[in-house]
Design a protein. Structure first.
Length: 95
């Protein structure tokens, strides 16, 4: 399980993963929002899909793929957001 998610502990995957929401649900939008290359975002999204964190809905007409967090992805995202919040509070306390 943890082996499958090791890639998430790098900076880009976490930034990209936490950016996925209702407004940011296309690779091109995530590319701009996270200042990453399109190919890097697509590779990371494929890893997310393989890990069961997102579902990629392919639309052959418009050649765009809509992203959606799975239930597992929503749980992981909530945990990461809580961790980020706790770390920010801790940093403020030690300053």
């Amino acid at each position: 399980m943890i082996k499958d998610l090791e890639f998430m502990f790098e900076k880009s995957p976490i930034r990209i993963f936490l950016s996925i929401d209702k407004e940011n649900n296309f690779a091109t939008i995530l590319t701009k929002k996270t200042d990453s290359t399109f190919s890097n975002v697509c590779k990371i999204l494929k890893n997310f899909e393989d890990a069961g964190l997102i579902k990629i809905e392919k639309n052959n007409k418009s050649r765009t793929n809509r992203l959606e967090l799975t239930e597992k992805g929503k749980k992981v995202r909530n945990i990461l957001l809580r961790l980020k919040e706790a770390m920010e509070e801790w940093i403020i306390k030690i300053q």
